[in-house]
Design a binder for this molecule. Structure first.
Ligand code: GLC
Length: 504
């Protein structure tokens, strides 16, 4: 009973030498399998992308079953939202060894909706704006991962499953199998590693293996790839199971086109790889209750979506035409999102009766391109170069068609959110886009095209606009998109099965 605490112990009167543990709650917790998520971000505390949303919503979904005690550990960044920071409870501190360093580590705790969160505090590493992009990110996340391992004893929670997400948490799995594996409390722990995006692998010079990561040269082979330290590769080697965020992406990353060099490692570890499609939190993204919207609606009472559209047009200074479709993109403005295709054909598409709205930030070529397009097509095109989740929600609710023509997309959440808000998704058939959106022509919930080709994109946009003109047909399609189950209800079962399989 490693969580024992004096208030849980009941002294049995008259028998001073013996005691019994207070039963129900604690016993139940003990019976649950313990899962610890290690991640560099988690909604609602800190989010730069889909990773945070998945950590937030998957942990909640798993905690709902009575099988798992789910906890999440992340760095205490300066940017953790104020409204959450005030509720964090300080539970202690310790010093974390990292090679020759010995660094302070404060631990804060927060509990919500069945999930316990821990925050790793060290101002030198994390009291900076944002989460990533510093010259010493390798050291920052090595400290974080090493702190995770040290904290387990302190909080009395040795998980059955240590589930590490993306390269920033990779070292936790690596430390488990190199530094900590001989300690009895760690020997039962099984490691799961999830690849949210294979593009970011955590690559460093081999020179810092000992000095910075505190790994012995005996373990060099585990993390070495292409003459570098590759933390993602190390975590794949050190984990009993590897998952990625959609079944199609699990296949794709076995090929060089998608793998950013890691396909030989993926193929070699194919036996431990599964693709599990992400879900979204249906309460967080609920057009029937979303306070950001101009009006609320759902699939059965969709009339207010027209109000959202009219208000969006008004806000953007677009003509308030109910029958002109709004085609939208909410995206990071980077090449991988298929923007070169959009650039190639958008002016041809704009000859049709449509309005085009883009929201996002990213590479300056695309930011400039879309701003210029909006200047040239005033009253038809709007480009908002910023990121603002309130505005994103207003766009999902006002739009009719949502474009996501990515070159590669591990999972993608925007196509699911858009569909739930009744903006029919038009996607390229890759990764999670292919697994969540099926083509209209085959009775599906959206529009798709296969090859990464601008003419195919244009063709399918025109097909969608033609269906839009058929009111009854479009209403049916919108309803179908909105009613597609994008929740975790099925996918979290796959994780449960995976964990239980590893614990047999
Ligand atoms: C990454 C991927 C995205 C995925 C998200 C959550 O951001 O690029 O496709 O949806 O992780 O897994």
């Amino acid at each position: 009973m490693d969580n024992a605490n004096l208030s849980d112990i009941e002294i049995v009167k008259g028998k001073p030498q013996s005691y019994v543990a207070a039963p129900p709650a604690e016993v139940l917790v003990e019976a649950k399998k313990k899962v610890l998520f290690v991640a560099s971000e988690a909604a609602p505390f800190i989010a730069t992308g889909g990773l945070a949303e998945v950590i937030g919503s998957l942990s909640k979904a798993l905690a709902k079953s009575d099988v798992f005690d789910v906890r999440v550990i992340l760095p205490l960044y300066q940017d953790i939202r104020k409204e959450h920071r005030k509720d964090l409870r300080y539970i202690g501190n310790l010093y974390v060894p990292l090679s020759w360093r010995n660094q302070y580590c404060g631990i804060f705790e927060y509990k919500a909706e069945g999930v316990t969160y821990y925050f790793v505090d060290n101002e030198y590493y994390f009291k900076r704006p944002g989460c990533y992009g510093y010259y010493d990110d390798g050291e920052r996340f090595a400290f974080f991962s090493r702190a995770v391992m040290e904290i387990l004893g302190f909080i009395g929670f040795y998980p059955d499953i240590l589930h590490c997400h993306d390269w920033q948490a990779a070292l936790a799995a690596i430390y488990l199998k190199t530094v900590y594996c001989l300690r009895p409390e760690f020997q039962h722990i099984r490691a799961v590693f999830t690849i949210h995006n294979i593009e970011y692998q955590g690559k460093y010079s081999l020179d810092i293996l000992e000095d910075l990561f505190g790994l012995s040269y005996r373990n060099k082979n585990l993390v070495e790839y292409d003459n570098c330290i590759n933390l993602m590769k190390g975590a794949i080697e050190c984990s009993e199971a590897v998952t990625t965020v959609s079944p199609s992406y699990a296949e794709e990353i076995k090929q060089p086109y998608f793998s950013y060099g890691l396909d030989p490692i993926i193929r070699r570890n194919e036996f431990k790889l599964t693709g599990i499609l992400n879900g979204i939190d249906p309460e967080f993204y609920d057009p029937a209750a979303d306070p950001s919207l101009f009006a609320n609606y759902d699939a059965r009472h969709i009339e207010n979506k027209a109000v959202c559209k009219a208000e969006l047009q008004k806000m953007f200074g677009l003509p308030q035409k109910p029958d002109t479709p709004i085609v939208a993109m909410v995206s990071r403005l980077v090449a991988g999102k298929g923007l070169d295709l959009v650039k190639d054909i958008i002016e041809q598409a704009l000859r049709e009766d449509m309005q085009f709205v883009v929201l996002g930030t990213g590479e300056s070529t695309y930011e400039n391109y879309f701003s210029d397009l909006a200047r040239r097509y005033q009253g038809k095109v709007v480009a908002v170069i910023s990121f603002n989740s309130d505005l994103a929600r207003k766009i999902y609710s006002g739009a009719d068609l949502f474009l996501m023509p990515s070159r590669s997309e591990p999972c993608g959440l925007a196509q699911m959110i858009a569909s739930r808000y009744g903006a029919v998704a038009l996607v390229r058939e890759t990764g999670g886009l292919k697994d969540s959106i099926t083509p209209y022509g085959a009775g599906g919930n959206g529009f798709t095209f296969r090859d990464y080709n601008a003419n195919d994109l244009l063709y399918v946009i025109c097909e969608a606009l033609a269906v839009y003109r058929d009111k009854a047909e479009w209403a049916k399609l919108t309803k179908k998109a909105m009613e597609t189950d994008f929740t975790w209800s099925t996918s979290s079962k796959y994780y449960e099965g995976l964990y239980l399989g590893l614990l047999k």
